[in-house]
Design a protein. Structure first.
Length: 312
């Protein structure tokens, strides 16, 4: 994947070492697990993301484990230290007795770019046995916030993926239009497909608002100090029967965190049961939710958004 994306031999070698060390840790310390790989796109800059997750015994002392030469299994002990050192960016969360999530990113360009005010990360994972995922999502950043679309094509496999792809294209073609118009355009575009659930979230950091339109079973929750706020979605299927396309407006603050996910993720999660998790990057938060809450009978999508530099 790194070679196809255009990474040179040196950077490709770094990717190989990080993936090898992460997978080795899963086997030796995690009792097995998953390695998730995906291409990244941030403006004109492309990159590669590696996430390793397990439900093992966790890391009792992360700082010590990151030190090169430390080992609990009699090996050279370069695993976590090598991952942190070789990655373009890196994050880790470990909960003793519950497992570990490691995120590593590599970028084709080291050019410094202005970072958007809202950090957004997530991924879509196909159900076992399928080559394509019927879920999809996309984010468009703006100077004062971002717009996120999450789509869950009906069922799974190629027909569901076709519906999700059409929804994403309709979104991109109508970015400058009002939110309700965008959802109407997606609804019209999906008439020739099997249909989908979809949710559109527009975060305005300056106005301190989150506007939301949902149709179907995409769950969305704002985590706040005063308690979680579940966002309202209307019943129906985009492309077929939609009762109403209605926009709701919710308060948003510098401490808010948005969680969006398809029904391939159980809604019975509680991030407060993971001490310190909300201090980690959105990608690591999404990885832990997927690891512990994914249902095996459907595609799964998790998206996390929060203001940059949040002090959880």
């Amino acid at each position: 994947m790194a070679r196809k994306m255009g990474f040179d031999e040196g950077e490709t070698g770094k990717v190989a070492i990080v993936v090898t060390e992460a997978a080795t840790n899963l086997v030796k310390h995690g009792g097995g697990g998953e390695v998730l790989l995906r291409p990244l796109q941030s403006g004109d800059c492309a990159g590669l993301e590696v996430i390793a997750i397990d439900r093992g015994r966790g890391i009792p002392n992360i700082e010590e484990s990151l030190r090169d030469g430390h080992s609990t299994s009699g090996t050279a002990g370069s695993g976590l230290g090598a991952i942190a050192r070789l990655s373009g960016s890196y994050d880790l969360y470990s909960n003793p007795g519950k497992g570990t999530a490691i995120l590593s990113r590599f970028w084709l360009s080291r050019e410094q770019r202005a970072k958007p005010p809202i950090e957004v990360d997530g991924f879509s994972i196909a159900i076992a046995g399928e080559q394509v995922c019927g879920d999809d999502w996309i984010v468009h950043h703006s100077p004062d916030g971002c717009t996120i679309l999450a789509v869950d094509g009906l069922g799974h496999g190629l027909p569901a993926a076709d519906a999700a792809r059409e929804a994403i294209q309709a979104f991109e073609e109508n970015l400058t239009k009002p939110a309700a118009f965008v959802m109407e355009a997606i609804h019209a575009r999906l008439r020739s497909t099997r249909g989908a659930a979809a949710a559109l979230a527009i975060i305005d950091q300056d106005a301190q608002t989150l506007r939301f339109i949902g149709v179907g079973n995409i769950a969305a929750v704002i985590l706040r100090d005063e308690g979680n706020r579940h966002l309202v979605s209307m019943s129906g299927t985009m492309g077929h029967n939609v009762r109403a396309i209605r926009e709701f407006c919710y308060p948003w603050s510098s401490q808010s965190v948005l969680v969006m996910h398809s029904d391939g993720i159980s809604a019975r999660w509680d991030l407060m049961s993971y001490p310190g998790l909300l201090r980690r990057t959105p990608g690591v938060i999404a990885a832990v939710l997927y690891r512990d809450m994914a249902r095996t009978r459907d595609d799964a999508t998790v998206i996390i958004a929060r203001p940059r530099g949040i002090a959880a």
